[in-house]
Design a protein around this ligand. Sequence first.
Ligand code: GLU
Length: 419
Amino acid sequence: MEQENLNPFQIAQMQFDKAADILKLEEWLRLLLKKPDRNLSVDFPVKMDDGSIRIFSGYRVQHNNTRGPYKGGIRYSPEVNLDEVRALASWMTWKTAVVNIPFGGAKGGVVCDPTKLSPAELERVTRRFTYEISKIIGPDVDIPAPDINTNAQIMAWMVDTYCMENNDHYSLGVVTGKPLCLGGIEGRAEATGRGVMITAMEAIKELKMKPNKVTAVVQGYGNVGSHSARLLAEQGIKIIGVSDISTAIYNPKGLDLKDIDAYLSKNKMLKGYPKAEHITPKEKLLEMKTDLLVPAALENQITTKNADKIQAKLIVEGANGPTTPGADQILNKKKIFVVPDILANSGGVTVSYFEWVQNIEREQWTYEDVIRKLNAKMVSAYKAVSDLAKKEKVDMRTAAYMIAIGKVVEATKFRGIFP
Ligand code: GLU
């Protein structure tokens, strides 16, 4: 069999084209919206603790800002590359449009392994990277946030660096996902997982499944996966499998998430966890018997190689880009219902938007406010996508893209072409 194309940027473009074809989008709009507005690539030196100097590479890609400032996270990983960041930036544009918040799409990344950096080195990398991209970010221009391997502390260093760079302008809204004491918002850390839970529960209702009879497997037990699993369990769903980079564990009788969290606080990784079967290779977890599957790790996990073996009835994409277009075709044929990433994981950026509004208003919202507003946004976005999918007889991903592209195109036409 021919090797599948796994370039995330080309995958994002294929997904776009599928919806653009149905929308009969004009050629100039396709050319405009398929490519990012701006790709910034930087190489910068950082002093390491041992006195040596290392050169790091980083990216900030701004895909589209027609509906609002560019918006999207920064990831730290040795695998970061320009095409991955370009794909992630365009997914942000569609994500913010589908959930209807007034932002565009961007993404950034630094090629590094944060587990191999000391806290002081991590801070210096973050500050220098922020300086490198500071000319193109700002509370009304482009607003970074956490993503894989970045967190509230890193956002705090970014705010501090940006404010110092800008004559002490107190610009809290330049990044989201900040610590609570620095303009952060209640519930931001769990927001993506909460959005996954909300959309999963909507899909469960739509498929007429009974929540207390539903089993779930969650791939990835980081920020998105662990909160998704916990919040799904709170809804009565039985979590029977989870994985991290060290291993995958499975127990059809159900996993005790509190026990797992206690194990992780001591051991950091799931490796060696005693109360479940360990699946090898860990990727096989995706193929285990379950009703609901939540891929919440990385891109390209469900491909033409394993899509046929997936037993879940429902897939809710916590990660960005976990399913390839080839796998999508197979899943559609098997009538597996997929809630796409740009809808399912939009809870994170939605609460980022709330944080940004809170910063502009110099307000502090309560956790209850955040949950209520997030719920309303996500349920209405889910409903719009599901209604269109039924009306146009397309899958949920295509419907989500059609809505998102429609919104960006409408705004583009109103704004017109400069000059
Ligand atoms: N990194 C998250 C995402 O991929 C959140 C982005 C944000 O809050 O700007 O959706």
